[in-house]
Design a protein around this ligand. Structure first.
Ligand code: FES
Ligand code: FES
Length: 162
């Protein structure tokens, strides 16, 4: 039996740019970001909503891009890790992660940074419990989390200092 692909035209607003893309309705947003738009900073781990590696901001909220079809994001404002710095320099959050040794293999890190950005946007001075709660959907196999929590505290402090 042959399958007929049905491409659908959608517009994704990603990191301030608009992209018209042709997608099949079954294609995941994570795959379209990576393979159609070349935004490979969004990582894919479990592809079933567990690890959080694919987290991006959709209309300002962290969401797992592996749990959304790209067609569901038609017209939405999406921000990926690539959208947080406008040049090659690190953001304050990224610098805090580096300075606090909050990464090892780095696979979880883009999503950790994206989730941290969303947290600091809504809560510039989070407690440790609030940080752990915010990051509870982002799994890291390497660090044991303590350094990540320290990095988020550090980033919050840097941002409050300006
Ligand atoms: S790849 Fe999306 S949650 Fe794991
Ligand atoms: S640094 Fe390796 S999974 Fe988090």
């Amino acid at each position: 039996m042959s399958t007929v692909s049905q491409l659908q035209s959608i517009t994704l607003h990603v990191n301030g740019q608009s992209y018209m893309v042709e997608v099949e309705p079954r294609w995941l947003l994570s795959d379209v970001l990576r393979h159609q738009l070349g935004l490979t900073g969004t990582h894919v781990g479990c592809e079933q909503g567990v690890c959080g590696a694919c987290t991006v901001l959709i209309d300002g909220q962290p969401q797992r891009s592996c749990l959304l079809f790209a067609v569901q994001a038609d017209g939405a404002e999406i921000k990926t890790i690539e959208g947080f710095s406008s040049n090659d320099s690190l953001t304050d959050v990224q610098q805090a992660f580096q300075d606090r040794h909050a990464l090892q293999c780095g696979y979880c890190t883009p999503a950790m940074v994206v989730t941290t950005e969303a947290l600091l946007e809504r809560n510039p001075n989070p407690t440790e419990d609030e940080i752990r709660e915010a990051l509870s959907g982002n799994l890291c196999r390497c660090t044991g989390y303590q350094f990540i929590v320290e990095a988020v505290k550090d980033a919050a402090e840097r941002r409050r200092r300006g």
